[in-house]
Design a binder for this molecule. Structure first.
Ligand code: C2E
Ligand code: MG
Ligand code: MG
Ligand code: MG
Length: 285
C-alpha cells in the first residue's frame, strides 16, 4: 500500500464518483435527521388565472433549511430521497402540511383555493398511497376537488396498467391529476387519450423562450390540451412579454417569478389577507 499512502493520496486527485457518492451519503444522513426533527418546510408558489391575473391556488414545493448550507434545493434532495426510500414519507409529510395550510386559507378567505402537490413516480409504487391521500383529505378537511397531484411523464411510461388503476382510484376520490414538465419526457402522446388527466403544465424551458422563440411548441401544447379538454398551466413565466403572449394564446393559468416566487406559509397568509382586504374596500364612484 506504499502507493496509496504516498504522494498520489494527497495530490488532489479524487475520482468524481467518490465525491458525488460521499455527498449523497451525507445528504441522506442529514435528510433522515431533518425529517425526524420535523425540520422540512413547504413553500407555496401562487398560480394565477391567465386572464384575470388573480390567484387561483398554489403549488407546494418542499424546502430543506440546512444548518450549514442554507436552503438545500429540491433538485439536490428529492432524487436522494427517491433513491434511499425516504420519498414516500417525505411526500406524505408535504401533502399533509400543504392540505392543512390550504384548508385553513380557504376557510379564512371563503375561496376554494387549489393546491398542486408534486408526486414522484416512486411514491406511486406504494400500494397504500391512494388510501393515505384519502386519509389526509379527511384529517385536514380539504375537499378532494381542491387537490391536484402533479405526475411526471416517467410515471406514465412505467407499468401502464398499474398507473391507470392508480389514477382512476384518485380520480374517483375527486382528486385532479396533471402532467408536470410536459413536453420534456419521452412518452407517447397517445397516453393523453388513455389516461384520466385534467391538466398539462408546460415546462419552463419552453416558456422561457417566449415570445421570440418556443411559440411553436407552446401553442401546440395549448391546442393539444384544449383539444383533449384539459386545462393548461404555463410555468416559469418571468417576463411581461411572456405573460402577454400566453394571454393571447389562450393559456388558462400561469405561474412564475414575474407574478410571485415560492414563499413560506406566513407570506401566503399575508398575501391572501391583503387581497381580501383590498377587495372589501368599495370602488370609488
Ligand atoms: P416543478 O414541480 O417543475 O416545480 C417548479 C420549479 O420551478 C420550482 O423549483 C420553482 O421554484 C421553479 N420556478 C417557478 N417559477 C419559476 C420562474 O419563473 N423561473 C425559474 N427559473 N424557476 C421557477 P423548486 O422549488 O426548486 O423545485 C424543483 C423540483 O423539485 C420541482 O419541479 C419538483 O419536480 C421537485 N419537487 C419540489 N418539491 C417536491 C415535493 O414535495 N415532492 C416531489 N416529489 N418533488 C418535489
Ligand atoms: Mg410541479
Ligand atoms: Mg414543472
Ligand atoms: Mg420540474
Amino acid at each position: 500500500h506504499a502507493k496509496l499512502s504516498g504522494k498520489n493520496r494527497f495530490s488532489g486527485f479524487v475520482p468524481e464518483m467518490t465525491l458525488a457518492a460521499q455527498r449523497r451519503v451525507r445528504i441522506e444522513r442529514d435528510l433522515r435527521k431533518a425529517m425526524e426533527r420535523n425540520e422540512l418546510e413547504v413553500f407555496y408558489q401562487p398560480q394565477f388565472d391567465c386572464r384575470s391575473e388573480t390567484i387561483v391556488g398554489f403549488e407546494a414545493l418542499a424546502r430543506w433549511p440546512h444548518a450549514e448550507q442554507g436552503y438545500i434545493a429540491p433538485s439536490d434532495f428529492i432524487p436522494v430521497a427517491e433513491e434511499c426510500g425516504l420519498i414516500g414519507e417525505l411526500g406524505l409529510w408535504v401533502l399533509r402540511r400543504a392540505c392543512a395550510d390550504t384548508a385553513a386559507w380557504s376557510k379564512a378567505t371563503g375561496k376554494a383555493l387549489g393546491l398542486a402537490v408534486n408526486v414522484s413516480a416512486r411514491q406511486l409504487r406504494e400500494r397504500a398511497f391512494v388510501d393515505q391521500v384519502g386519509q389526509i383529505l379527511r384529517d385536514t378537511g380539504l375537499p378532494a376537488a381542491q387537490l391536484e397531484l402533479e405526475l411526471t411523464e416517467s410515471f406514465l411510461m412505467g407499468d401502464v396498467e398499474a398507473a391507470l388503476a392508480f389514477m382512476r382510484a384518485l380520480r374517483e376520490m375527486g382528486v385532479k391529476l396533471s402532467i408536470d414538465d410536459f413536453g420534456t419526457g419521452y412518452s407517447s402522446l397517445s397516453y393523453l387519450q388513455s389516461f384520466p388527466i385534467d391538466r398539462l403544465k408546460i415546462d419552463r424551458s419552453f416558456v422561457q423562450l417566449l415570445p421570440e422563440d418556443g411559440f411553436t411548441m407552446t401553442s401546440a401544447i395549448i391546442s393539444l390540451a384544449h383539444g383533449f379538454d384539459l386545462s393548461v398551466v404555463a410555468e416559469g413565466v418571468e417576463a411581461p412579454s411572456q405573460l402577454s403572449w400566453l394571454q393571447g394564446a389562450g393559456c388558462d393559468y400561469v405561474q412564475g417569478y414575474l407574478m410571485a416566487r415560492p414563499m413560506p406559509a406566513s407570506a401566503v397568509r399575508d398575501l391572501l389577507l391583503a387581497q381580501t382586504a383590498s377587495r372589501q374596500v368599495p370602488e370609488p364612484a
